[in-house]
Design a protein around this ligand. Structure first.
Ligand SMILES: *Cc1c(COP(=O)(O)O)cnc(C)c1O
Length: 213
């Protein structure tokens, strides 16, 4: 079933877009099934699940940390942390700098929709924040991440994805050293086709790929 879902989604998004299988509600066996179907990017949003999947999956599987990471927990995941999608506070950068032996690829989480329930920086605060990131060598900022608003209104969702893409384009002057904003992490089960239409380079898909819980 996962294999079939994977083939269908791959056909829709094309080869150029990276598919992250979000396994946060699924077992290690199910994650292994996804690995055997050919998936190499996995997403987890809690420290426990992240460590569990890291231990169980082969080395060439990349486990992305996609949820909010409290700065006091950075230390627990740092040796295995290769991709963080939720950088939005300097305190996290400080901890990465303090504990990491390697550069961590980070997406800056942006709250494009402005909903108070959502994490992330306001778009207007992004340029200053990126300038500050330049003093943290272990923090390699590679792109922007956002969550679409909780609505069925495709126009509204597309507006958010489009604004993230425009923000990325506007940041070319900020780029340098450890900051190079190219990637866009956006799109989940209900809206990934819209995200791809607006230039997503990483989509994060749970239920549509792994089955709903
Ligand atoms: C759970 C989760 C997803 C996947 O959600 P689905 O709707 O199941 O595809 C994607 N991104 C983040 C940050 C998540 O927490």
């Amino acid at each position: 079933m996962i294999k079939k879902n994977y083939e269908d989604i791959k056909n829709e998004i094309g080869e150029a877009v990276n598919l992250i299988a979000v396994t946060k509600y699924h077992t290690v066996d199910e994650a292994m099934e996804a690995y055997e179907a050919g998936i190499r990017h996995f997403g987890e949003n809690r420290v426990e699940g992240f460590l569990e999947k890291r231990q169980a999956l082969p080395e060439d599987a990349e486990i992305h940390f996609i949820g909010t990471l409290q700065s006091r927990k950075v230390k627990e995941v740092i040796t295995h942390l290769n991709y963080l999608h939720s950088l939005d506070r300097e305190s996290i950068a400080k901890k990465i700098e303090q504990y990491s032996a390697h550069a961590v690829k980070c997406f800056l989480q942006v709250n494009v929709s402005g909903e108070s329930s959502k994490h992330g920086l306001a778009p207007e605060d992004v340029p200053d924040f990126l300038e500050r990131m330049k003093s943290y060598e272990k923090v390699e900022v590679i792109g922007l991440m956002t969550m679409a608003p909780d609505t069925d209104d495709a126009t509204q969702i597309e507006g958010v994805f489009q604004r993230l893409a425009e923000l990325r384009d506007s940041l070319a002057e900020v780029n340098g050293d450890n900051v190079q904003i190219d990637e866009l992490s956006m799109g989940m089960s209900n809206d990934y086709t819209l995200a791809v239409k607006h230039g997503a380079t990483y989509v994060r898909i749970g239920s549509k790929l792994m089955g709903s819980r």
